[in-house]
Design a protein around this ligand. Structure first.
Ligand code: AGP
Length: 607
């Protein structure tokens, strides 16, 4: 949440900073701002709304060669220009941008106010500017070190001093910062997306590290002042700036990328001939796998839903007890961390603070946690130390689509490995591997002919309430479909396990209420058909997502959307597709901002 960019080099900083903000806009987009040093003063411009509004206001900005910029997702204080970053000290000679939260804000603010400081915004960030000023005596490193040591909380900050025209100062405690080392220029950002156009040589700042950036490079220090070695890494050769590739929205592009992203996730991992799979990064040998007595998934939102599918597959195929936990709940309830359990942290961004907190809780209690992460080198990937990457490529739309199907693919791959060390026979292993191998073609097949999505959209856009129902493997799919519809179209809806509906939500149904039932041809189908009958008896309009050629479901549904046949445990990879399209098209029909829905941000780095 919130994106930071900084630049020091030979070129005018302003266009570089604004372009960097565009690349990071997915991280927060309620307001944006930029500060550029000129010979006389720090020039600041801010705008409420999107980066495009800021861009329009900065066309005639100064040509200074050092600056910092920020795109905001509000935590402290409303969405106003005054609250947008950068924030300045009272003499307007120090500028700060910040991603994260200062937990001891009240105490520090009171202390600064007692010293006579008058705050100009409601943000916690402004504290950094005043704290730095309160001890600054010409030594910027010492002043920034003081501030970071006084602040409790999570943050990434970038600081610029009018008196130090060749240096930027950055520090990290929990919020990511990547420093790009170019040829005579240095760029810092919350994400390599804003760096890769300048250079592929990067340094990932670690927690409790502070760095001085100049156009010639970076010097890293610990918060207590020790000089540290920085390891330079190269961004992967195929890492590039995300592009819509002709699609009107990133979300649609990412939905259509799924045949490729699922295939990439499987590459070199699924061995159909051997009826087995390999995930080298997990560093789990057969004898380690045999020792695992339970598997506990940790994640939030879509990643939690993927974890639910993964845990069902593990119980069904490997017969190892497994469950998925919402990371934000798990971390705060003093959880039991069984010695013989393997924890699996699932995250697209690799930055979600609640998931990170849950991992740290597991590690604190001596538990073993691997990561299933998309963003290479992200905080969660590093904290887990081992696991598997999804290789989905950058997911830009706030609504997660391709990451969900890749997460499930990775978890099913792990399930196969685990199951083969147990009771799963070679033949059955081959069957599972083949089912996974066949998925990309089935996804492509469905996306070519998605069925009556528009008809379904018409039925739900004006609804006061939409109910999603599924059983077994289709229940997490129902949850995911409802999450997508809420976040993209803002249509009131909820998902229920179909069997649980009669214990309450059935009271919500009235004549014409749309009910989306995920009812593939699996072990739960007959019971799900009974649920269809129950909702129809109350006047509901049923939109059924079912297997191709299932004439019975087709005949009873009001709107029938067919998906290719597949094994039960891989069905979420197929049945979720129409739900992604329904949410997308409903959002479109309602004029929503598809890639940047209100109030949301792509990576949630606050609690
Ligand atoms: C998905 O559409 C959401 N935007 C959200 O639920 C997301 O999945 C959640 O915040 C977890 O993010 P992560 O996978 O990056 O950890």
């Amino acid at each position: 949440m919130c994106g930071i960019v900084g630049y020091v080099g030979p070129q005018p900083a302003l266009p570089i900073l604004v372009e960097g903000l565009r690349r990071l806009e997915y991280r927060g987009y309620d307001s944006a701002g930029v500060a550029v040093r000129t010979d006389d003063a720090i020039w600041v411009q801010k705008a409420v709304g999107r980066v495009s509004s800021l861009a329009a206001k900065t066309r005639l900005g100064p040509a200074g060669c050092i600056g910092i910029a920020h795109t905001r997702w509000a935590t402290h204080g409303g969405v106003t220009e005054a609250n947008a970053h950068p924030h300045l000290d009272e003499r307007a000679r120090i500028a700060v941008v910040h991603n994260g939260i200062i937990e001891n804000m009240s105490e520090l603010k009171r202390e600064l106010e007692q010293q006579g400081v008058v705050f100009k915004s409601e943000t916690d960030t402004e504290i950094f500017a005043h704290l730095i000023r309160s001890v600054y005596d010409g030594d910027p490193l010492q002043a920034v070190s003081y501030a970071v040591k006084r602040v409790r909380g999570t943050y990434g900050i970038a600081v610029m001093f009018q008196e130090h025209p060749e240096q930027l100062f950055v520090a990290r405690n929990g919020s990511p910062l990547v420093i790009g080392l170019g040829d005579g220029e240095t760029v810092v950002a919350s994400d390599p997306q804003a760096v890769v156009e300048h250079t592929r040589r990067v340094v990932y700042l670690k927690d409790r590290e502070l760095a001085i950036l100049t156009r010639d490079g970076v010097q890293v220090h610990s918060f207590d002042g020790r000089s540290l070695d920085s390891s330079i890494e190269m961004l992967e050769a195929d890492y590039k700036v995300a592009d819509k590739e002709g699609f009107p929205h990133f979300m649609l592009k990412e939905i259509h990328e799924q045949p490729r992203s699922i295939q990439r996730c499987q590459l070199g991992r699924i061995q159909v001939e051997d009826g087995n799979a390999r995930l080298g990064g997990m560093e789990l040998q057969p004898r380690d796998l045999v020792g695992i007595q339970r598997v506990i998934m940790l994640g939030c939102g879509t990643s939690y839903h993927a974890g639910m599918v993964g845990s069902m597959a593990i119980e069904a195929l490997a017969r190892v007890p497994s469950r998925a936990e919402i990371a934000s709940e798990f971390r705060h309830r003093h959880p039991i961390v069984p010695r013989e359990a393997l924890f699996v942290a699932i995250s697209q961004s690799g930055e979600t603070l609640d998931t990170l907190g849950a991992i740290q809780e597991v590690q604190l209690k001596g538990g073993d946690c691997v990561g299933v992460v998309n963003v290479v080198g992200s905080t969660i990937a590093r904290t887990c130390g081992r696991g598997t990457y999804l290789y989905s490529g950058p997911e830009v739309a706030v609504a997660s689509t391709k990451a969900f199907t890749s997460q499930i693919t990775a978890l099913l791959t792990f399930t196969l490995m685990l199951a083969r060390t147990r009771d799963l026979s070679y033949d059955k292993g081959q069957e599972v591997a083949q089912s996974l191998h066949d998925i990309p073609a089935k996804v492509a097949h469905y996306l070519e002919r998605p069925g009556p999505i528009d008809e379904a959209v018409e039925a739900i856009v004006d609804a006061r309430y939409v109910l999603f129902l599924g059983r077994g493997f289709s229940y997490p799919v129902a949850l995911e479909g409802a999450l997508k519809l809420k976040e993209i179209a803002y249509v009131p809806c909820e998902a229920y396990p179909a069997g649980e509906m009669k214990h309450g939500p059935i009271a919500m149904l009235e004549e014409g209420t749309p009910v989306i039932v995920i009812v593939p041809r699996d072990s739960q189908r007959e019971k799900a058909i009974s649920n269809i009958k129950e909702v129809q008896a109350r006047g509901a309009k049923v939109i059924a997502i079912h297997t191709e050629g299932d004439e019975l479901v087709q005949s009873i549904a009001d709107i029938s959307i067919e998906v290719p046949a597949c094994a039960e445990y891989v069905s979420p990879l197929i049945t979720v597709l129409p739900l992604q399209l329904i949410a997308y098209k409903a959002g479109l029909a309602l004029g929503r901002d598809i890639d940047k829905p209100r109030n949301l941000a792509k990576s949630v780095t606050v609690e």
